[in-house]
Design a protein. Structure first.
Length: 125
């Protein structure tokens, strides 16, 4: 697994989420959205954007301080899931799966979707 995992904090993920949903946008737009949704000060958002740039998660492009995500949401989800499995579930994905399933009453449709996912995984081996 040669590529380095970029660790993003929850606040940085809020910035990234806008870029993942909307694509490249000006930093001002990111700040406006987070001010409206979370009540953040624009300076806070700009600081977080700069941290993401320094980490290699965002690229700044001109004109207009355009922000472009350099890492895919799926890569971050994979890294965060792996960290959760390793930290909380002793590296056992089946323990995570069992924990998730025991906490929520699933509908018949959801159970069928899960069976299909497991069946698809089994078919890849």
């Amino acid at each position: 697994m040669g590529e380095e995992i970029i660790k993003l904090f929850d606040s940085e993920l809020k910035v990234m989420d806008i870029l993942w949903k909307e694509g490249p946008v000006p930093a001002r737009h990111v700040a406006d959205v987070l001010t409206e949704e979370l009540g953040w000060n624009k300076n806070t958002t700009y600081t977080l954007i700069k941290r993401c740039i320094n980490k290699g998660a965002i690229e700044r492009r001109e004109p207009n301080f355009m922000c472009h995500a350099l890492i895919a949401k799926e890569k971050v989800q994979e890294a965060e899931t792996n960290e959760l499995i390793n930290k909380i579930f002793d590296g056992s994905a089946d323990k995570l799966f069992a924990s998730l399933l025991s906490r929520k009453k699933l509908s018949a449709g959801e159970i069928e979707k899960l069976k299909k996912i497991v069946g698809d995984l089994d078919g890849r081996r």
